[in-house]
Design a protein around this ligand. Sequence first.
Ligand SMILES: NC(=O)c1ccc[n+]([C@@H]2O[C@H](COP(=O)([O-])OP(=O)(O)OC[C@H]3O[C@@H](n4cnc5c(N)ncnc54)[C@H](O)[C@@H]3O)[C@@H](O)[C@H]2O)c1
Length: 415
Amino acid sequence: MKKYVLVGAGSRALYMFAKPMATDWKGIISFEGVYDSNPLRAGYLSEECGGIPVYDHFHEMLSAVQPDVVIVASTDYTHHTYIVEALRAGCDVISEKPMTIDEEKCRDILRAEQESGKKVTVTFNLRFAPYFARVKELLMEGVIGEVYQIDLEWFLDRRHGADYFRRWHAEMKNSGGLLVHKSTHHFDIINWWMNSKPVEVHAFGTRRVYGDDRQDHGIRCLTCHRQDDCEFYMDIEQDPFIQKYYQQAEGEDGYFRDRCLFDRRIDIYDTMSVNVRYESEATLTYSLVAYSPYEGWRAAINGSKGRIEVSNTYSNADMKQGEASQIRIYRTDGTSEIVEVNTSAEGHGGGDAKLRQALFEGGVADPLGQQADSHVGAESLLIGATANRSIAEGRALRLPDVSPGVGVQRESASR
Ligand SMILES: NC(=O)c1ccc[n+]([C@@H]2O[C@H](COP(=O)([O-])OP(=O)(O)OC[C@H]3O[C@@H](n4cnc5c(N)ncnc54)[C@H](O)[C@@H]3O)[C@@H](O)[C@H]2O)c1
């Protein structure tokens, strides 16, 4: 039985990995340790998972357990250090998205992977959600011929979207901004549907709603003098999970789960537009806002023989109560068709459970190419990282070549 350890003890680590590993997957894999820089949070996770050993240091966990696989589900800016150390210790790695947050860290990971001969898998759960997977299947069947262009509009609501601005994600140095942290999912789905490599990016980004210290505000909702009139007030004491895992543990690391949305440290964008050109000469037009009245996404895929339209609007990040079940196909011969999809309401549209099966069962057939390796992880994060540079420099940029052995190149997108 393969031995697994976990880095990170936050919400994703608990619900996506620790609990299922300690219950449904017990006896198939062996879950043998957890490390988090906040020992209280790691202790709470351990209590809920049958007393899994908690380690004070990552290297101590590696040498005590000698794991086959390290799962990395800590904050984004820490992923690369654990991925590289785990690879060099002879472990395979399962990394939460984004694999890392910038080009340099991405190079370090790819180099360590090549030198160690071990393998990094990135958990792009949306590839496993039935609705996204059915679109991929239709594209592989050629229902609209060659893909020429995709439009994707993604909108986060004022609860889910705002939440990124309350936490570590709100600072570029921690998350790479939403174009890396969040859009890595979206760019990955598009890269997968396109079946081509992204080569050039031109982006714009602004901050219109959150941040910039532009209102009379407090430090956090819990102690704020504007609790009665702030539209974003959030009472963390109403949520037993947040209260236990974050509020009770904040003395250890000062991680306030309800930091003010107008904090001056916020430097990520809440309004983003990105154009991407692919090797196939297909293009993507993408937008993301983090303050919509309701949440969801819409996409149109234009091809040589027709067009596919897909969309989903829902009330929370788990995509529950989503209405996505129909894929509309319009052909150039004037005919059209509606394809019904049986969508699951569980974790990310059914993606999480299917992803765990692919990760833990081993040898699962993969006709759609849903399992993502480090190169797939790199392609989507590099669109976001290059978009950030494009915004800062005000020009279109080529994606960097991060293959091991290739040095840092800086060039604009003149063709
Ligand atoms: N695939 C998905 O749909 C999905 C959904 C949510 C989060 N995620 C990813 O999961 C990861 C965790 O996100 P989360 O929402 O659980 O965040 P979180 O803030 O709840 O948890 C992050 C954890 O990392 C720990 N940490 C911080 N610095 C550390 C360090 N140096 N070493 C070890 N641990 C450290 C924190 O103490 C915290 O327990 C992120 O990479 C995020 O992008 C993926």
